[in-house]
Each structure stands twice: as structure tokens, then as C-alpha cells.
Design a protein around this ligand. Structure first.
Ligand code: URA
Length: 185
């Protein structure tokens, strides 16, 4: 299967120097036939150790909002990151690292062919919408994307830091995504 071939290729990737510091490549998790895909930023320490995206504190919020607003768990959608290997000390991914990793994300989106993509934070929204605008300006509405729509929302780590308001806005974005899944146009 093409998706498995892509995963195997990514697991051996040495296209950028992040490969030197990683414990594991964090390719993605979930159903490669899902209608809904989440795209985060980059693995952190816990994800690097587990080999799975969003398993730390941010992931707990993602799982909770997914369950409460979309009635699903991570096996019913697909979760990936812009960058598949952990940047040292959890620094932001560098432009060259994002470009080196981009073909994997593009191929994942091509093969999954989701109806709705929810981007988590600035990096995924800017990359996939090809914009320099920030998440505060972008969020609050969906954007046409491939065969469906893209819903930009905050990174869960940002929502956790910003308290109730950030989480409430993320919740509103998840409800937006749910409506689009039920009625795509
Ligand atoms: N933050 C991300 O953007 N991705 C992860 O997988 C974990 C934390």
C-alpha cells in the first residue's frame, strides 16, 4: 500500500539534521482513510519517545476536544505534524527543516484525501494556506482546501497557556469542522 511505503521511507529519512537527534520519526497516527485530518507542528520530547504525535499535555486537550465536540477518538481521524522529527529543546522548526519534510506531509494529505483538515497553530496553517498571516488573523472561518476545507485553530499548547478563552475558541473551531464534515459545501 502506498501509505505504508511512504511511512517506511519517512522512518529512514535523513533529509535534514533533525534526523541526528531523534529517537524515532513521528510519522502520524490514525485512519489513513479518514475524512478528518489534524496537522500539528513538530513532535516534542514525549512524542519522540513514543513515536506518536500529541501524546503529551497538548495531546490530552486535543483528545478531549475531539471526543467532546466531534464524538471521535484518534483512531477515527488522522493526526500528523509539519515536521516529523523533534527539534532540539522543542525549538521552532527551521524553514529548511519544514521544506525538507514538506513532501511527506503533502503525500500524506494526497493519500488520505481528507474532507476537512484542521491545522493546529501557526506553522501548519501558514504552510498549508501558503500565507504569512498569523493564527489570530486566520482562525474563525474555513478556507477552501483540496477537495474540501481547512479549519485553522490554535495549537493546543497555546490554548492551554491562554486559559479558558483559547480553549473555548478551539472548541468553536472543532464545531465548525464537525459541521463541514456533515455538510461539506
Ligand atoms: N505539538 C505538536 O505540534 N505536535 C505534537 O505531536 C506534539 C506537540
Amino acid at each position: 500500500m502506498a501509505f505504508e511505503a511512504l511511512r517506511s521511507e519517512a522512518l529512514g529519512c535523513v533529509r535534514c539534521t533533525l534526523s541526528k537527534g531523534r529517537t524515532q520519526v513521528v510519522f502520524g497516527v490514525g485512519d489513513p482513510h479518514a475524512d478528518l485530518m489534524f496537522v500539528g507542528e513538530a513532535p516534542g520530547r514525549e512524542e519522540d519517545l513514543a513515536g506518536e504525535p500529541f501524546v503529551g499535555r497538548s495531546g490530552k486537550l486535543l483528545d478531549r476536544l475531539m471526543q467532546e465536540e466531534l464524538g471521535m477518538d484518534r483512531s477515527q481521524c488522522y493526526i500528523a505534524n509539519v515536521v516529523k522529527c523533534r527539534p532540539p529543546d522543542n525549538r521552532d522548526p527551521a524553514p529548511g527543516e519544514i521544506e525538507a519534510c514538506r513532501p511527506y506531509l503533502e503525500a500524506q494529505i494526497d493519500l488520505i484525501d481528507p474532507l476537512v483538515v484542521v491545522t493546529l497553530g501557526n506553522f501548519a496553517a501558514r504552510l498549508l494556506l501558503d500565507t504569512t498571516q498569523g493564527i489570530n488573523a486566520l482562525r474563525g472561518k474555513p478556507y477552501p482546501f483540496r477537495r474540501g476545507q481547512l479549519v485553522p485553530t490554535y495549537h493546543p499548547a497555546y490554548a492551554l497557556r491562554s486559559g479558558g478563552q483559547g480553549v473555548a475558541e478551539m472548541r468553536a473551531d472543532f464545531i465548525r469542522a464537525k459541521r463541514l464534515l456533515a455538510r461539506p459545501t
